[in-house]
Write a protein that binds this ligand. Structure first.
Ligand code: SF4
Ligand code: SF4
Length: 282
């Protein structure tokens, strides 16, 4: 049986699909979006993260470490930090363990028109675990996924066959710009989008509004065009999170936006409304 690595479970979420939901954030993402606000989710392995706030610079964590050239997440430094600034990021779950945890609130979630959402990172990075989880939850609670769609089509189709609802990201439509800002060619994403549209699974398109990158008239028009030709229920616009950079210190990396993060994003709902597309700003 597969196990999965989860870096967060959020209860009572109203932003991750219909109704009130429990959202499971699976670790690992194949993309490297320049505006990512959840860098803890990028690596598909358990990590040790360190908060820089309140550090005494006592050196205890360094003194105990035997793997300075590459952390092996042994956890020795966690035990010696007098300020409890160091922790594991990522918990390994078996399917029965996570199922039990998620079904505790199942009655309430059902009554609230909600369910469980698998997000990330990118939940399709752990597609085998995700499929086993969905099979285990099927019929007991509504199951949604939030995905960038960058996954082998065969795996994507298998996941689609076991979920009830999809939130699918369309970010950068120009191929060269997609590579520059997300680290990935967008052809696979657009091919999988077509498969999703033909699958019969209800879905919405999510668009992060990044100033000067995804919020341009050209990019949004191209997204609107695709959405209009698809079976999408609508579009959800997510304005840029100005706190995006705040978590990079945890993983020991610098946040380096390639866009003007001080500029307000262009929240252009008209581009979608004109085409008769239901649009919501999140
Ligand atoms: S968990 Fe801490 S002590 Fe262990 S290898 Fe990583 S940095 Fe070193
Ligand atoms: S042990 Fe904790 S307080 Fe001391 S240097 Fe490391 S992170 Fe800072």
């Amino acid at each position: 049986m597969n196990t999965g690595i989860v870096f967060s479970i959020e209860e009572f979420s109203v932003y991750d699909g219909p109704g009130i939901r429990t959202t499971v954030f699976l670790k690992g993402c194949p993309m490297r979006c320049n505006w990512c606000h959840n860098p803890e989710g990028l690596e598909a392995r358990i990590q040790v993260v360190k908060s820089p706030n309140g550090c005494l610079h006592c050196g205890a964590c360094e003194a105990v470490c035997e793997h300075k050239d590459g952390c092996i997440a042994c956890g020795k430094c966690i035990a010696v930090c007098p300020r409890n600034l160091i922790r594991f990021s990522g918990t390994r779950y078996t399917v029965p363990e996570l199922t039990e945890r998620l079904l505790k609130n199942a009655d309430y979630l059902r009554q609230a028109g909600g369910g469980v959402t698998f997000s990330g990172g990118e939940c399709l990075m752990q597609a085998d675990f995700l499929m086993e989880m969905a099979a285990s939850l099927k019929g007991k609670v509504h199951i949604a996924i939030q995905t960038c769609g960058y996954a082998p089509t065969e795996k994507f189709l298998k996941v689609l066959s076991v979920v009830d609802y999809v939130m699918y990201d369309l970010k950068v439509m120009d191929r060269a710009l997609a590579v520059r800002y997300t680290g990935c060619d967008n052809r696979l994403i657009l091919e999988n989008f077509q498969k999703l549209s033909e699958s019969g699974v209800p879905f919405v398109v999510r668009v992060p509004l990044i100033p000067g990158v995804t919020d341009t008239v050209e990019n949004l028009s191209e997204i609107a065009e695709r959405v209009q030709q698809s079976a999408a229920l609508g579009v959800e616009l997510l304005p840029y999170n100005k706190m995006a950079g705040s978590k990079y210190a945890l993983i020991g990396k610098a946040y380096d936006p390639l866009f003007d993060e001080k500029r307000e994003p262009n929240i252009d709902t008209a581009i979608f409304c004109e085409k008769g597309i239901a649009v919501k700003v999140m």
